[in-house]
Write a protein that binds this ligand. Structure first.
Ligand code: GLA
Length: 343
């Protein structure tokens, strides 16, 4: 039988690079997304068509990842086999309107949608969405070689458009929160595209792992700043750790502010987060810094880089009634930038 499933893209409102360091993060589901139609086959062939590439691919379930766009689908189908949902390959048709290389989790959404479509194709009720998210992360970590955390897969497997997910990445407990009315989170692409496989994401992960080994903890977010300053870690590692500690606190403050409808505090936390990503985690690039500065200068309540860093998108909190004028002026000042969507 054919199975169908969808998954949204996500934008992270705040809490960057702490989902593999024990922190709480706050992604929101987007209205753009991916849909997958999957028909199991009796042998090990994988046949994929993808409208966004205007392409198709023929692969084998036994294939290693080769750096091709079709790898994520092969990895997801291998996981569907490991979970007992399929015994063999599949024909899959993908439709997506999530921009690639923008840091909006197109890859997590695709993997999650394939796993859910496989579950629907066989009419199974297990694994549940959380286990699907964990399986989708395994595809990234073990098959595609991307050392990402759990945020993206969790958000796209569980959150629905219009809600943010406060996710404790250590316990995997989460809360879905309504986004503020009369305000909008606008996602703008800087024009600088990036990939998690390009090495810089991994560099940061390695630096964080050094700090973990030094302090013998997986939870960088709970370290004391005094202990970090007094450590014999090298300067860059110390700054990465400071980002984790301060970013985690900003997320908790943002979650409280979201519940209280205090948009000024949300904006202040976003602005402080950007400075921390720029100076302590060193994951920003000049066009992004310029875009964030203009966004705030032209009236956003807060703005920051979002996602893995080194390019991609910013997210800005803007009053709904001022959005159009604000957007026209921001894009006018940054000809390479383009509007992606709103959360
Ligand atoms: C990417 C990764 C996530 C997370 C963010 C940075 O989106 O997939 O796990 O680490 O970067 O916050």
């Amino acid at each position: 039988m054919t199975g169908f499933a969808t998954a949204p893209g996500r934008v992270n409102l705040i809490g960057e690079h702490i989902d593999y360091n024990g922190g709480t993060v706050l992604p929101a589901a987007l209205s753009v997304g991916v849909s997958v139609e999957l028909a199991p086959v009796n042998d090990d062939t994988v046949e994929i068509t993808a409208d966004q590439y205007d392409m198709s691919a023929q692969r084998q379930l036994s294939d290693d990842a080769v750096g091709d766009w079709s790898d994520a689908s092969v990895g997801a189908l291998r996981e569907a086999n490991a979970l007992g949902l399929l015994s063999g390959g599949a024909k899959i048709a993908i439709r997506s309107n999530i921009p690639q290389g923008a840091g909006l989790s197109s890859s997590a959404a695709l993997t999650v949608a394939i796993l859910k479509a496989a579950r629907n194709a066989v009419g199974a009720s297990t694994p549940g969405d959380q286990d699907i998210a964990i399986a989708a992360r395994r595809v990234e970590n073990d098959y595609l070689g991307v050392p990402c955390g759990i945020m993206d897969q969790f958000a796209v497997a569980i959150a629905t458009p219009g809600t943010a997910m406060a996710l404790n990445t250590a316990s995997l407990e989460y809360e879905l929160l309504e986004l503020p009315k009369e305000y909008t989170f606008v996602v703008i692409h800087s024009g600088v595209s990036r990939k998690l496989t390009d090495g810089r994401y991994k560099e940061r992960k390695v630096e964080c792992d050094e700090v973990k080994a030094y302090f013998e903890t997986d939870d960088l977010c709970s370290l004391e700043q005094g202990d970090i300053a007094a450590s014999s870690l090298h300067e860059a590692a110390r700054r990465r750790a400071v980002h984790c500690v301060t970013e985690h606190r900003r997320v908790l403050a943002t979650v409280a502010a979201l519940k209280a409808g205090d948009v000024e505090t949300i904006g202040a936390m976003m602005n402080a987060s950007h400075i921390s990503m720029r100076d302590d985690f060193e994951m920003s690039v000049e066009p992004i810094d310029g875009l964030v500065a203009s966004s705030i200068g032209l009236g956003a309540i807060g703005a920051r880089l979002t996602g893995g860093g080194f390019g991609g998108c910013i997210v800005a909190l803007v009053e709904e009634s001022r959005k159009e004028r604000w957007q026209t002026r921001v894009l006018g000042a940054h000809p390479d930038a383009w509007f992606v969507c709103e959360a």
